[in-house]
Design a binder for this molecule. Structure first.
Ligand code: SF4
Length: 199
């Protein structure tokens, strides 16, 4: 596809051309333009297309996210459609059933959108801010590391291990984010380090 023609333009133009050509072949030449004008625009024509990566697993399929609303005018970007990215080398436009249902994750009424805390002795979770959550995690990690870090083993060999805390990362992170995460986590001495894709 030419560099100046998007997929949306191509599909829209193809639909209009097909309808016009058919009418022309039947002898209704003057109706070509009228028919082309009548063809309903492709439903994603006025949306914003954003490239991203499926959040589910380490296959890391490329996705296209379509949102309505003009963000340059301050409109809220309303998600209306997600599909596989045909230009992505991993999935070439395909998605497994989980990936094909990604829109429902975003739209789900039970989707978790902020950190939740269950305090000791309580049976309920309460929402807290991201800053409060990060402070709490950092405090707990520091206290635990101070108590349990192992600098040397029984033979006096330097091991620098921290075995009482684990870290779970996200498989949808970029290579750069994954590299930084790995360096930071390993530099603390943590050995129990994994992500949801088990890679
Ligand atoms: S679409 Fe399916 S296979 Fe691809 S990353 Fe998402 S969950 Fe994995």
């Amino acid at each position: 596809m030419g560099p100046n023609i998007s997929r949306r333009d191509f599909i829209r133009g193809s639909a209009a051309t097909l309808a016009g050509t058919t009418m022309g072949a039947l002898g209704f030449v003057d109706l070509d333009q009228a028919m082309a004008d009548y063809v309903k625009p492709f439903h994603l024509f006025r949306t914003t297309e954003t490239r991203n990566t499926c959040t589910y697993c380490s296959v890391a399929c490329g996705i296209l996210i379509y949102t309505a609303g003009d963000r340059k005018k301050g409109d809220h970007a309303e998600l209306i459609h997600i599909e596989g990215d045909v230009d992505h080398p991993t999935n070439r436009g395909t998605l497994c059933p989980k990936g094909a249902a990604l829109r429902d994750i975003v739209k789900s009424e039970s989707r978790l959108q902020q950190p939740m805390l269950r305090r000791g002795g309580s049976d309920e979770f309460e929402p807290i801010s991201w800053d409060a959550a990060l402070d709490k995690i950092a405090r707990a990690m520091k206290d635990d590391r101070d108590r349990n870090f192992i600098a040397k083993n029984a033979d006096g060999v330097t091991v620098n291990r921290w075995l009482t805390t684990g870290f779970l990362a996200a498989s949808a992170a970029t290579n750069e984010t994954a590299y930084e995460t790995y360096k930071v986590v390993r530099s603390t001495g943590i050995l129990a380090f994994d992500n949801q894709a088990r890679v």
